[in-house]
Design a binder for this molecule. Structure first.
Ligand code: B3K
Ligand code: ZN
Length: 877
């Protein structure tokens, strides 16, 4: 497979202005496509037309009504070429495709008893011959013909304009007036139940909202429907954007490679992001559903109305849409805690990617398989990049600039540069240096040193920035980094800021400022400080950087108690815990027992004592340890045993320090009254789960009793699964009985069973690999269903450090075996699973060797999907 490069972009030689397609579903599926083709006047004439098309059988081809013979065109494995065409013409092709044997879940495929599509990034070429690139935009008219009883529901984008039936068969025609790239095409055929509601837009138009789900699941769409209405209202209120069709459809699909897909007017969703009710969905499920429904809805403007010129621009739509989703979500109630969760996720997943052989800029320069670039870097880091521009411009100017962008480029396929230039012109801000965030990969590191001159009463900070080398990129330029900060005096009060510096400073309030770091080194002087202040840095996580704080431990304890910014307060606590974990890790490697400061126990026990009063969701975050992956991320050479040991030792130490208070806290947080899904109740339940996690370390027997009772009394899945999660690593009868009971109760509900699978795959036990094999024998398991595979194998690779890194190499072998098996079915899925091996160079010598050997075995197996080939070859390079 050959890479494609961003620098090689050229406009298409031909445009397709309209496509009229008929998809005839029967024993075989026949697709007829009539394309209105126009030569691009900006390109030389006489160029061949090169249509993309894979896995299909061509039946016939007609140009302006005349059948072409084999001498007139050339068919190859990736498409079809016609040597030359008139400036305008109509081309009709008829092909046969095989959705029933499409296990890659790309193009038209079968999920359960329904047929559905996934066309992003390059799936449409599996449906018909086409110019499968986002800068070719056409209006679509789609007729679907099928058997009436098997496929009573036939859907595509836009509005239904005609339908009829004859005998056992029926057909329907959909018309989408908005020209779109083919990656936004969708089609669904099946026997589905419909749940309908109406939304009245700000200008008074009625939009029909329709969810399509398996029969019997009708009552489980309520939350998704409410979320959709909330998202529609939010986009009208905040960005002034109204929905632009008469119907908005969402179909829940059980076999789906990712979360959801924003096809114009017809979203397809992984069913886990639609279906929910109190007994089967957790708080987190509810929140995710709201986020994903919002995300896909927001794409209607950022992605669909204004789309991408080429796939290198993916972040143009994804980062802006994630940013909009995150703003929406924060407005729905959880606020700062939501932000903390995002940062935790960024550090756990994106920072490692940015330090791996797969590191790439937010706007990649090349790819072999585009589907490999739907990454945390493009999505999550990209969203932080948008967030920084939001911080630099300020909310009102940012929203206004986005509105201008959407108006200016409506109906066009554009670039990240078009977006940034519009933000610049609209706001008058200079974003020249800022653009490096799109081109330079790697997480910048800020190193801060401080100095206090008591005689001169001056406090000084020196901030150095460094962007690490990444594959293909060395010696990087300094970036424009927005750093938000404040000072606290010795009583913990915010200080009014007076800053002397060569850097640009934007005051955000009398006690908080935004400093624009643009140089390798920046000095900030704060005059008239009668005593040494404590600085609170990177407030609100104002930039996606790693930060070496100047603080000693007592400063961090102080910030945990006093900082007014919830993010920085949380992060001070995390820094304390991280330093303690790293000291423990060092001790363990030196063969010593880890030891911890008493002050650490005191600070965190004191936090626990505020359990009744404080913001409980924030407190839960404060008490949660930095994860094993994030601890490992700090080390140059990772010894998984030492990391896992350090994590456990720290947890055990804190649990001991909190002691009996944990039981009192658990009792006090016990649910009273019926389940409610509001921010306060979610916060209480999160804190309760965190308390249970410490209790498992402090008093396993007491915890087992609590779990039993909690499981028994629970009227909601959050409490039910909370009981199982707390006891997951404690072998014994209670655990076995609860898991067995759960299975009996929920075995018909695959989404709920995914939670059961996931917990067991992440359990810490010596026989984990045998257990994984058993789980895969369970009747609900199938290698063809990505949700099941992710629940067993995926969860094991990301959340079971001791299991994956077993010193005999059996964890790696297991992953490699299944990666190869799954690759024969679904390359997108296998490529994701293997990513746990790609950072082999960072491990201690023995693991390094074992991991590398498995990667080489995969490479040598041959016949790999382009997805897997790209990941494996880049990580061995
Ligand atoms: N745009 C889709 C992702 C498509 C992934 C293709 N492998 C979902 C989203 O970001 O909204
Ligand atoms: Zn998206």
């Amino acid at each position: 497979p050959q890479p494609k490069y961003r620098k090689d972009y050229t406009a298409p030689d031909y445009f397709i202005r309209h496509i009229d397609m008929t998809v005839d579903i029967g024993e075989t599926t026949e697709v007829e496509a009539l394309l209105d083709i126009e030569r691009n006047p900006d390109r030389p004439s006489g160029q061949p037309l090169q249509l993309d098309g894979e896995n299909m059988k061509l039946l016939s081809i007609e140009l302006d009504g005349k059948f072409l013979t084999e001498a007139d065109f050339e068919v190859h494995a990736k498409g079809l070429n016609i040597p030359s065409l008139p400036d305008r013409c109509q081309l009709r092709t008829r092909v046969v495709i095989d959705p029933h044997n499409n296990t890659a879940l790309e193009g038209l495929y079968r999920s359960g008893d329904i047929l559905c599509t996934q066309c992003e990034a390059e799936g449409f070429r599996h449906i018909t011959y086409y110019l499968d690139r986002p800068d070719v935009m056409a209006s679509f008219r789609t007729t679907i013909k099928a058997d009436r009883s098997t496929y009573p529901v036939l859907l595509s984008n836009g509005n239904p304009i005609a339908e009829d039936a004859e005998g056992d068969r029926h057909w329907i025609t959909w018309d989408d007036p908005h020209p779109k790239p083919c990656y936004l095409f969708a089609l669904v055929a099946g026997d589905l139940a419909r749940v309908e509601d109406t939304y009245t837009t700000a200008s008074g138009r009625d939009v029909a909202l329709r969810f399509y789900v398996d029969h019997g699941n009708e009552s489980r769409c309520t939350h998704a429907m409410q979320s959709l209405k909330a998202a529609m209202a939010w986009d009208e209120r905040v960005y002034g954007l109204e929905y632009d069709l008469d119907v908005y459809m969402v179909v829940a699909v059980s076999a789906f490679n990712m979360g959801a897909m924003e096809n114009k007017g017809l979203n397809l969703f992984n069913d886990r992001f639609v279906l929910a009710d109190d007994t089967s969905a957790t708080d987190e499920d509810y929140i995710h559903i709201e986020d994903v429904i919002g995300h896909e809805y927001f794409h209607n403007y950022t992605g669909n109305r204004v789309t991408l010129r080429d796939w290198f621009q993916l972040s143009l739509k994804e980062s802006l849409t994630v940013f909009r989703e995150q703003s929406f979500s924060a407005d729905q109630g959880l606020g700062a805690v939501k932000r903390i969760g995002e940062v935790r996720q960024l550090r756990r997943v994106q920072f490692p990617e940015d330090a791996s052989p797969m590191a790439h800029p937010v706007r990649p320069e090349s790819y072999i398989e585009m589907n490999n670039f739907y990454t945390p870097t493009v999505y999550e880091k990209g969203a932080q990049v948008i967030g920084m521009m939001h911080t630099i411009l300020g909310d009102a100017a940012f929203v206004h600039a986005v509105q201008e962008y959407l108006e200016k480029f409506d109906g066009q396929a554009v670039t990240i540069e078009d977006f940034v230039a519009t933000l610049e012109q609209s706001s008058g801000q200079d974003l020249q240096q800022f653009r490096l965030w799109y081109s330079q990969a790697g997480t910048p590191r800020l190193t801060v040193t401080e100095h206090y001159d008591a005689d001169a009463q001056v406090y000084e900070l020196v901030i150095k920035q460094h962007v690490p080398d990444t594959p293909g990129q060395k010696n990087k330029q300094p970036m424009h980094i927005p750093l938000v900060l404040g000072l606290l005096d010795d009583s913990g009060q915010p200080v009014s800021l007076d800053i002397e510096t060569a850097a640009e400073v934007t005051p955000q309030s009398p006690t908080q400022a935004l400093v624009h770091l643009r140089e390798t080194e920046t000095t900030l002087r704060f005059p008239n400080r009668p005593s040494r202040p404590v600085v609170s840095l990177l407030r609100g996580f104002s930039a996606p950087v790693k930060l070496d704080l100047p603080h000693d431990k007592s400063d961090l304890h102080f910030l945990v108690r006093h900082d007014v910014d919830p993010f920085s307060r949380w992060d001070a606590g995390q820094t304390l815990l991280l330093r303690a974990a790293l000291e423990a890790e060092q001790a363990l490697r030196a063969g010593n027992a880890p030891a911890f400061d008493e002050a650490l126990g005191e600070t965190f026990s004191a936090l626990l004592e505020t359990a009744g009063s404080d913001d409980q969701a924030l407190l839960a975050e404060m008490l949660a340890l930095p994860g094993e992956t994030y601890i490992a991320e700090q080390l140059d050479v990772v010894d998984p045993d030492a990391v896992v040991g350090a994590y456990q030792a720290l947890r055990q130490y804190l649990a001991g320090a909190m002691g009996e208070h944990l039981k009192a806290a658990y009792e006090a947080l016990r649910p009273g009254g019926a389940y409610r899904i509001d921010a306060g109740s979610i916060g209480r339940r999160r804190l309760q789960r965190q308390v249970m996690d410490y209790l498992a370390a402090y008093d396993p027997d007491a915890l087992a009793g609590y779990c039993w009772q909690q499981y028994d009394k629970a009227d909601n899945m959050t409490d039910t699964i909370g009981a199982l999660a707390a006891i997951n690593d404690l072998p014994g009868d209670t655990r076995e009985q609860l898991f067995a009971d759960f299975e009996q109760r929920w075995r018909e509900n695959h989404l709920v069973m995914d939670k059961w699978l996931r917990l067991q795959s992440t359990a810490r036990r010596d026989d984990i690999l045998e257990r994984l094999e058993q789980l895969m024998q369970h009747p609900i398991f199938s290698l063809r269903n990505p949700n099941r595979v992710r629940a067993v194998i995926g969860a094991f690779t990301v959340d079971n450090m001791p299991g994956l890194h077993r010193i005999d190499g059996s964890g790696y072998r297991f992953v490699a075996d299944y990666t190869l098996k799954i690759d024969q079915l679904n390359g997108q899925l296998s490529a994701r699973l293997v990513s746990c091996l790609t950072r082999w160079r960072r491990y201690e010598p023995q693991r390094r060797q074992l991991m590398r050997a498995e990667l080489e075995r995969i490479q040598q197996a041959g016949n790999l999907s382009s997805n897997l080939y790209e990941i494996v070859s880049k990580s061995l390079a």
